[in-house]
Ligand binder design. Structure first.
Ligand code: ADP
Ligand code: ASP
Ligand code: MG
Length: 438
């Protein structure tokens, strides 16, 4: 069985929902993962922010706006009065649930529960739509099988066992509809796989049911060689290897949630990125094999903090690095880039939650400098690190941009540079003009 995932824009209007229905109903059994309708999760985040700030009035106003939007959707989506009523009941249930948080204290668990409502609503409405149109579609509750552990890592074994159990216990359907993004955590609370997490749901499900392919349907014709939000004239890449795609996703290519590729890579399941607005288009295939040599694409990841530790004690000393890295490990903060000289080491982190504590501990080992608002620009290709003259081409392309760090040679398919976020756009444009589109 193949897994098809549709993102927010793909289910963002009645017209688009109907296109998705048409697209998936080709007679082949499918698992269909849906995001919330576009804009919904952002609205739910806003509602939660108001509630956290105890601004009940603004929260209620935002809830009421969202509710109105969904009542219009239900009114136009279904044909029969009976189905319209069923749709209204679904909305009532979810909006009552959200409104209940406007009284009493509001916790992080409450916030996560609110964020889950978008996917719960979109999948319930879409399943109803398919049933009204006479298709054999069943809604599978992701909260029963999608689970993360205390480190927020998906519990693959549980997911596989539970999902297969659920599938075996239900009457066979042609189309199984389920929620992306949402899950339960180790405490049994509602949680999520982080923003954009529906892509990750799709490959986790793909792995759990040994799917032959995972298709991620979105609003663009595949993986582009640069970020189309910042650079004009980007081009689609036809084929990427798992490693190349994983690196680009991890380093900020929004088209894929950062962890999406891993379950597919581990289980050798091809992933295809397709355009919901243009189904015949071939899209991008992500597979074990890399195709072609040279640079494939670049991506940028914002919100990076660079930390430099300078110490005379580093000279000829062993154990220095270990001591430094133990501090990051203790605070469960992962390090992305690392560069060293004889007297200093610079690292980057993307999670500043424990920055202050980390810096305090690092001060034991030397002078510490912190640069916030940094961006990692990651240049990915097939064996680019071994291509003669490649590094010089990158440097020439970036000759006008101050580079804070460079990571080269860590893998066969990646060169990363750290720049100030203010220089990000110029960096991406320069790479497109001087490296990618020539
Ligand atoms: P969905 O809601 O379907 O998950 P997303 O908005 O999460 O869609 O991802 C698709 C968007 O990712 C595109 O519209 C595009 O603006 C953005 N994007 C960023 N980098 C890339 C890239 N390298 N290739 C294609 N799209 C990209
Ligand atoms: N709806 C969630 C979000 O907006 C998950 C997703 O779209 O993948 O982040
Ligand atoms: Mg997305």
């Amino acid at each position: 069985m193949e897994v098809y995932k549709f993102g927010g824009t793909s289910v963002g209007s009645i017209e688009n929902m109907r296109s998705v229905m048409k697209l998936i109903t080709d007679g082949k059994q499918k698992m269909v993962v849906l995001s919330a309708m576009s804009g919904t999760t952002n609205s739910l985040v806003e509602i939660s922010d108001y509630l956290t700030k105890k601004n009940k009035e603004s929260a209620l106003a935002q809830i009421s706006m969202l509710e109105k939007k969904y009542y219009n959707v239900v009114f136009d989506l279904f044909k029969s009065a009976e189905m319209k009523d069923c749709g209204k009941k679904i909305l009532e249930e979810h909006f009552d649930f959200i409104k209940a948080f406007t009284t009493g204290t509001f916790s992080e668990a409450g916030e996560r529960s609110i964020l889950a409502q978008g996917e719960l609503i979109s999948t319930a409405l879409f399943t109803l739509l398919m049933q009204e149109e006479g298709f054999n579609a069943t809604l599978l509750p992701a909260l029963e099988f999608m689970k993360v552990d205390a480190d927020k890592m998906p519990d693959s074994r549980f997911i596989k066992q539970k999902l297969n159990e659920i599938l075996a216990s239900r009457p066979k359907a042609d189309y199984y509809i389920t929620q992306g993004f949402i899950c339960k955590n180790e405490l049994g609370e509602i949680d999520n796989l982080q923003r954009g997490g529906s892509d990750y749901t799709a490959t986790l499900i793909g792995a759990a049911i040994s799917s032959s392919e995972v298709q991620i349907w979105t609003d663009i014709d595949g993986f582009h060689n640069n970020d189309p939000r910042f650079v004009e004239n980007t081009k689609r890449v036809d084929v990427l290897s798992f490693n190349e795609a994983a690196e680009l996703a991890y380093f900020g290519a929004k088209i894929l949630h950062p962890q999406t590729v891993l379950p597919a890579k581990n289980n050798n399941i091809p992933v295809r990125l397709k355009n919901t607005m243009n189904p015949p288009d071939p899209g991008t295939l992500i597979t074990a094999e890399s195709k072609g040599a040279g640079i494939k694409a670049v991506a940028a990841k914002d919100g990076i903090t660079a930390i430099k530790i300078r110490s005379g004690r580093m000279l000829n000393a062993y154990g220095f690095m270990k001591n430094i890295f133990e501090i990051f490990e203790y605070f469960k903060t992962s390090v992305d880039m690392v560069t060293t000289s004889e007297v200093a080491v610079s690292v980057t982190i993307d999670n500043p939650k424990h920055l202050e504590e980390i810096v305090n501990e690092l001060k034991e080992y030397g002078d510490v400098e912190v640069d916030k608002n940094q961006t990692i620009v990651c240049i990915v290709g097939n064996m680019i690190a071994e291509e003669k003259g490649f590094a010089s081409r990158v440097f020439i392309a970036l000759e006008n941009i101050p580079i804070r760090m460079i990571s080269y040679g860590g893998s066969r398919h990646n060169i990363s540079v750290l720049v100030n976020t203010n220089d990000k756009k110029e960096t991406l444009v320069a790479l497109s003009e001087k490296l990618l589109n020539i």
